[in-house]
Design a protein around this ligand. Structure first.
Ligand SMILES: [Zn+2]
Length: 204
């Protein structure tokens, strides 16, 4: 595989590792889809994780503004799914630090570990395994900016936009592959339900 994996190579890794599956799935939001995608299933294999992270780091390095500040750069993940990607990217770039946010449950706000503080003007690239709704990345961006940091880009392994994906304006977004799944707002509007395809519930 090349230093920058192609879309086809990324999809092949996802399929071979079971991270990407075809079928009929219901997400916790009630949305139905013809695809299941969980990048951590691919990231559990170190060589795949390394290939994907190094590829993403090369896209970031190609941005002259980001390349100029790599020694000062923070790589921040909005959730644990982004951690292997964040560490891989940080190692490949030789960036300054990696950290992440957590929350006790979905109803609680995101937060950092105690004593983890941003310094004013800290330069941050947000890294995650996937950008789908963008809700977590958007919350993470607001939280960091409220604490004085400056978010200068986002990098994800997979970009899978939905009709509800957040708008990040002109913030640069880097990804290795873009996957277009079919989404249906609920069972009543789902072609697969109408066709009688067996349904699997997934948690994400
Ligand atoms: Zn359905």
């Amino acid at each position: 595989m090349h230093l920058l994996p192609t879309q086809e190579e990324v999809v092949r890794v996802l399929r071979e590792t079971g991270a990407l599956r075809d079928g009929h799935f219901e997400y916790p939001s009630g949305m139905h889809s013809n695809e299941y995608l969980q990048v951590p299933l691919a990231m559990r294999y170190y060589q795949h994780a390394r290939t994907l992270s190094v590829g993403l780091s090369r896209l970031l390095r190609a941005n002259t503004e980001i390349r100029a500040i790599i020694p000062e750069l923070s790589i921040v993940a909005p959730a644990t799914g982004g951690l292997p990607v964040a560490y891989g990217v940080c190692e490949a770039l030789r960036a300054r630090q990696v950290y992440w946010a957590e929350r006790e449950d979905e109803t609680r706000p995101m937060r950092f570990r105690q004593y983890l503080e941003q310094h004013p003007g800290e330069q941050v690239v947000l890294v995650d395994d996937i950008l789908r709704s963008g809700n977590k990345l958007s919350q993470m961006k607001r939280l960091l900016e409220s604490r004085g940091a400056n978010v200068i880009g986002m990098a994800v392994v997979i970009y899978q936009p939905t009709p509800k994906t957040c708008d990040f304006g002109s913030l640069p977004l880097y990804y290795l592959a873009k996957l277009d799944a079919s989404y249906y707002s609920d069972a009543a509007h789902c072609d697969l339900c109408e066709a009688g395809v067996p349904l699997e519930k997934v948690w994400v």
